[in-house]
Write a protein that binds this ligand. Structure first.
Ligand SMILES: Cc1cc2nc3c(=O)[nH]c(=O)nc-3n(C[C@H](O)[C@H](O)[C@H](O)COP(=O)(O)OP(=O)(O)OC[C@H]3O[C@@H](n4cnc5c(N)ncnc54)[C@H](O)[C@@H]3O)c2cc1C
Length: 473
């Protein structure tokens, strides 16, 4: 059933008794958990701060301050209504690579407390939810550079699950219901307080609570409840909000490339050069450019390197080669200097808004530089074409401000760890020191890999559902 706290007069009656589980946030993470637990005859409350549709009033709660590296306004890089940011996501999907879970050689801050295979066992089910093929690699032996596959999902969680949520007997979805407070004691939340935009309030009691409010809000709410209640509900932890990560996305330059290489379009380095060069994971993407741009590129090449230019010109005329723009989206190193914090300004419910300090560091720069160098060597050794790097990379200048900047992937802040010296939640996504608060979404990531986060979010949410189930039945 769906209830709208802004409208319903009798919502209190629907709210009798205790839920088994209360999930706050109805994006990819929250809906995945609700639909997975639905078949077990549990009482599930799914809480959504926004409505069925976009509203400025709800979206304004996402406004915040930016510090650090240039980024986009925080109310633009996510959506605050049923289905969350999947209402405008690109659907680009690929799981973590195994190497992303094997970065211990960089130090404790890179250490996942679980093995890759524990996540990988949820891949096939997650692909079914996103309605994509479970097929992400090409067969073949690759030495330093390998082609990779992305799958493209057209699933929007609101469109896919709204009817299901409205007809489910086990799930009550509460819209316009904004988490504003916690009740309870001794590290146990007994109930949460929800407020509507027209100032109605209800309490929802449950045995277990999952914060699934997105890769920035999960940190925001833990920071707020820590500030308000100290360690009443969970261990005080100065790592909340820290290690916030994005995928930096920038144009690397242009290239002429053989069509047989271009056809695969996405590439990354294999494991060995990443380990050898002590860099993180980086994906390189090729985008075809118009024939006008190709001709301009050729003109420049003929001036600077006439011999190569002539060769390229012949191949271009035979339609064996094409002009492309090269872009990279890469893994950012987890760092305490990149963080989410509370600002001095509050939203309409009195909760401090966000201050985001996204910073990239030397290792981030080294990762993209070394990757592109290896990629360039591979190009030249195999005569795949010619790359012309952008000046910012070639001459070690600042990142260009007029570029894509980031993938709009919000990771870290409530990271998973084996103990609270290195993170905020344990391997089962439970907040350290809490008896019943769990976290879902990419805020739990220890490292971010270079792939888009939503497929892993769905995988982790399925894993969390199994864990919660094992505690409830
Ligand atoms: C333009 C764009 C393109 C993207 N493209 C891709 C892509 O191609 N591939 C990919 O993998 N990822 C992509 N992403 C990222 C992807 O959208 C997110 O990873 C994903 O939506 C996160 O899911 P989530 O459930 O963790 O969080 P969200 O989708 O943010 O959901 C959180 C939910 O919690 C609700 N909420 C927040 N605060 C409260 C509160 N106080 N009380 C109650 N409810 C609350 C919100 O309204 C929202 O519904 C893209 C993002 C953007 C912005």
């Amino acid at each position: 059933m769906i209830y709208d706290l802004n409208k319903s007069e009798n919502i209190g009656q629907k709210n009798n008794g205790e839920y088994d589980i209360c999930i706050i946030g109805s994006g990819a993470a929250g809906i995945t958990i609700a639909q997975r637990l639905n078949k077990y005859n549990l009482k599930i409350a799914l809480i959504e701060g926004g409505s069925h549709e976009f509203s400025r009033q709800s979206q304004d709660i996402y406004k915040g301050k930016l510090m650090g590296d240039p980024y986009y306004p925080l109310d633009v890089v996510r959506l605050r209504y049923l289905g969350g940011s999947t209402n405008h996501w690109g659907g680009m999907s690929r799981p973590f690579d195994e190497i992303d879970f094997q970065r211990d050689y960089f130090g404790e801050e890179y250490k996942w407390p679980i093995k890759y295979k524990e996540l990988n066992k949820y891949l096939s089910e997650a692909c079914k939810i996103l309605e994509i093929k479970n097929n992400f690699d090409y067969n073949g032996k690759y030495q330093n550079v390998k082609p990779i596959k992305f799958q493209f999902s057209t699933v929007q969680f609101k469109t896919k699950y709204e009817d299901f949520l409205s007809s489910s007997k086990n799930i009550n979805l509460f819209l316009n219901s904004n988490l504003s407070d916690l009740n309870g004691e001794n590290r146990t939340v007994k109930s949460i307080v929800l407020e509507s935009f027209n100032k109605k309030k209800i309490n929802i009691s449950a045995k277990k609570f999952v914060f699934a409010m997105g890769g920035i809000e999960n940190s925001r709410y833990l920071l707020w409840f820590q500030k308000k209640y100290n360690n009443k509900f969970f261990d005080s932890n100065d790592l909340i909000g820290k290690y916030w990560m994005e995928h930096p996305v920038f144009t690397l330059g242009k290239a002429f490339v053989k069509k047989t290489v271009f056809i695969k379009q996405y590439y990354s380095l294999t494991k060995n050069p990443q380990i050898k060069k002590k860099i993180l994971n980086c994906g390189i993407r090729m985008h075809g450019v118009s024939s006008h741009v190709s001709k301009q590129m050729l003109k420049n090449l003929l001036c600077t390197a006439p011999k190569i230019g002539e060769k390229i010109s012949t191949l271009l005329n035979k339609n064996l080669i094409c002009g492309v723009k090269l872009r990279a989206a890469w893994e950012q190193s987890p760092s305490k200097n990149s963080y989410v914090n509370l600002s001095n300004e509050s939203d309409m419910f009195g909760i401090p808004k966000i201050k985001l300090n996204w910073t990239k560091n030397d290792l981030d720069r080294k990762t993209v530089k070394e990757t592109v160098n290896t990629f360039n060597d591979w190009f030249l050794e195999n005569e795949y074409g010619r790359i012309q790097l952008s000046n910012w990379l070639l001459y070690d200048k600042s990142y260009p401000a007029e570029d894509e900047l980031g993938g709009l992937h919000h990771m870290g802040g409530t990271r998973m760890a084996s103990n609270k010296n290195f993170g905020v939640i344990d391997e089962n996504c439970k907040v350290f020191g809490s008896n019943n608060i769990y976290i879902a979404g990419s805020s739990i990531f220890v490292t971010g890999g270079h792939n888009n986060p939503t497929l892993p979010i769905v995988q982790f949410s399925l894993r969390l559902s199994d864990h919660i189930l094992s505690k409830l039945i």
